[in-house]
Design a protein around this ligand. Structure first.
Ligand code: SME
Length: 164
């Protein structure tokens, strides 16, 4: 049974260090990438305050679309065309995108009308982007540079865990 200390009292680097430790414990010994991504989305959504969506989109090689993967939150757009939305832009630019106000981001895709700010982190395997982590918040300016750095490290841990 999943039981982890509530991280609500922590912030900044301490929060991210503990979240990373919890993910490492959660996925230890499991090499199935889908199972680990599902638990990672659930962990982030459970522990990170003030989110309304947390999950993954994966690149579909045939179409170049991003296709929704494991997530927590309201049902979302199944498919994002190449370069579209914050998620597609992060893939094209090859870097994380921290969007303080989604209404000010040209082309933002509103899967949940409640979303006001967003953080998207590319997933890299063997140097290639295979998808993105997408975090949405109903609060403007929810995410910090520390959140971006912490999530980039967290995704490196997840990607190192297994591919099958
Ligand atoms: N807002 C994203 C789309 C995905 S949903 O937020 C879950 C975007 O603009 O790419």
């Amino acid at each position: 049974m999943y039981h982890a200390p509530d991280l609500a009292a922590l912030s900044g680097p301490a929060f991210h260090a503990e979240l990373q430790a919890q993910l490492s414990a959660l996925i230890a010994g499991e090499r199935n990438a889908l199972a680990n991504a599902a638990n990672c989305a659930a962990l982030i959504f459970d522990q990170m305050p003030d989110l309304n969506w947390a999950g993954f989109y994966y690149l579909e090689p045939e179409s170049g679309d991003l296709v929704v993967g494991p997530f927590q939150g309201k049902p979302a757009c199944a498919r994002i065309a190449p370069g579209k939305g914050v998620c597609g832009a992060a893939v094209v630019r090859g870097e994380s995108l921290l969007v303080p106000d989604v209404h000010a981001f040209p082309g933002h895709i509103a899967c949940d009308a409640a979303s006001r700010s967003e953080l998207v982190v590319p997933l890299r395997r063997d140097g290639h982007i295979i998808g993105v982590l997408d975090l949405d918040s109903p609060t403007p300016n929810r995410f910090t540079a520390e959140d971006q750095a912490g999530m980039e490290r967290l995704m490196a841990v997840l990607m190192a865990a297994g591919q099958s």
